[in-house]
Design a protein around this ligand. Structure first.
Ligand code: HPA
Length: 274
């Protein structure tokens, strides 16, 4: 597997920097149905992924493909409206490439969100979950290959992948806003099939609270880059076999739409304090 080089990262970042007047400090990656946050960005410069050198183009339904740069909650942000998934056929290094570019643009922290299936039986569809940690079961890692010491160390520490500091701030905000924010472990799988009920029982035994098909590659690259990370899962459905009903992408999108205002309330307040 070939790592994307620092030259490619710089070319992408230079292209974007040439279109914007601010230096982004916070990166935002929005999951399925959650790209609505982009609508709140002031003076947004919208850059289609297809215009950015070396950027992959997102293919999945419900995921737009634009990079937005502007002001949100008084902070300079760069937002990915739609992300890249390994199930689309991208390697982990390509999936994580935008995070490298965000870092090159100046971002020092990252808010990553996703739609996820609830494994923890105390969860319900529509809950928001603060990600305390992840389990990478994709069998892939964006750091495979020669290490570029300019980007980060060969063997990055993952003992606090999701920042304690930022988790504390998110919990406080949820308290202030009067809703219960779940907290738990996100397990990342390749997809694109949803899991079988047997797989969900296994994942529960392994210590996972929510399951999805994204996030882990991006967070690994972020930690490698020294970026502070906070993650929020929208529990869009209970995972396979828990309820007596099939799973569908429509349900995922509908639930994301339903929790939109709570989600936006949390993340806009969080961004102000990151
Ligand atoms: N499994 C995997 N990914 C998901 C799910 C799920 O149940 N819901 C939303 N993304």
């Amino acid at each position: 597997m070939q790592q994307l080089t620092s030259v490619q990262i710089k070319e992408a970042a230079q292209y974007i920097a040439g279109k914007i007047a601010i230096k982004p400090e916070i990166g935002l990656i929005m999951g399925s149905g959650l790209g609505v946050l982009g609508d709140l960005i002031e003076e947004a410069v919208v850059i289609p992924y297809s215009d950015i050198p070396h950027f992959p183009v997102s293919t999945v339904e419900g995921h737009a493909g634009d990079l937005l740069v502007g002001k949100l909650s008084g902070r300079n942000v760069v937002l990915m409206k739609g992300r890249f998934h390994m199930y689309e056929g991208y390697g982990p290094e390509l999936t994580a490439f935008p995070v490298r570019v965000m870092k090159a643009l100046g971002a020092s922290s990252l808010l990553v969100t996703n739609a996820a299936g609830g494994i923890n039986l105390n969860f319900a569809s529509g809950n928001l979950m603060l990600i305390s940690d992840h389990i990478n079961l994709t069998g892939k890692n964006p750091l495979i290959g020669p290490n570029d010491n300019e980007l980060g160390v060969r063997f990055p520490d993952m003992s606090e992948a999701y920042s304690k500091r930022l988790r504390g701030i998110a919990s406080e905000i949820a308290n202030e806003q009067g809703f219960s924010l779940q907290e738990g472990v996100y397990v990342g799988l390749l997809g694109p099939t949803y899991e079988t009920p047997a797989e969900i029982r296994m994942l529960r035994a392994l210590g996972a609270d929510a399951v999805g098909m994204s996030t882990v590659a991006e967070v690994i690259a972020a930690r490698h880059s020294g970026i502070e990370v906070v993650g929020i899962s929208c529990i869009t459905n209970m995972a396979a076999g828990i309820l007596d009903q099939p799973l569908s992408h429509d349900e995922v999108m509908e639930t994301a739409e339903r929790v939109k205002s709570q989600f936006l309330g949390l993340v806009t307040a969080l961004i102000a304090k990151m």
